[in-house]
Write a protein that binds this ligand. Structure first.
Ligand code: SF4
Ligand code: SF4
Length: 101
């Protein structure tokens, strides 16, 4: 039986850390311009994630309930590398008051 992806009922890592990436990735992936901003001369970050209470502007829905990335097809590398049940996942969920998977 196929396992249900736990991320669709979570979204915690989109609301826990700064999501930064090499700036050229945005154009390579077709990430819409309004969704990211420059961070340094070589890095950009998803808007909404470079602050004390981060929440990516591309995240819709309610963290821990039902979420959706509106930029899923063009999301940057940190989002593609996110793995349910790893240490970063557990930290992101803890930051959002959710138990580890
Ligand atoms: S990787 Fe973990 S923290 Fe991120 S959305 Fe999936 S389950 Fe949630
Ligand atoms: S681009 Fe999508 S997957 Fe990446 S942090 Fe934002 S909402 Fe999450």
């Amino acid at each position: 039986m196929e396992e249900i992806n736990p991320c669709t009922a979570c979204g915690a890592c989109c609301a826990a850390f700064r999501v930064s990436f090499y700036w050229a990735e945005a154009a390579e992936n077709g990430l819409p311009e309004g969704l990211y901003e420059p961070l340094t001369s070589v890095l950009a970050n998803m808007r909404g994630t470079n602050c004390r209470s981060p929440r990516c502007v591309a995240l819709s829905g309610e963290v821990g309930s039902e979420t959706h990335c509106i930029a899923y097809e063009s999301r940057p590398s940190p989002c593609r590398e996110a793995q349910p049940r790893d240490e970063k996942c557990a930290r992101a969920r803890a930051i959002n008051g959710l138990p580890a998977l």
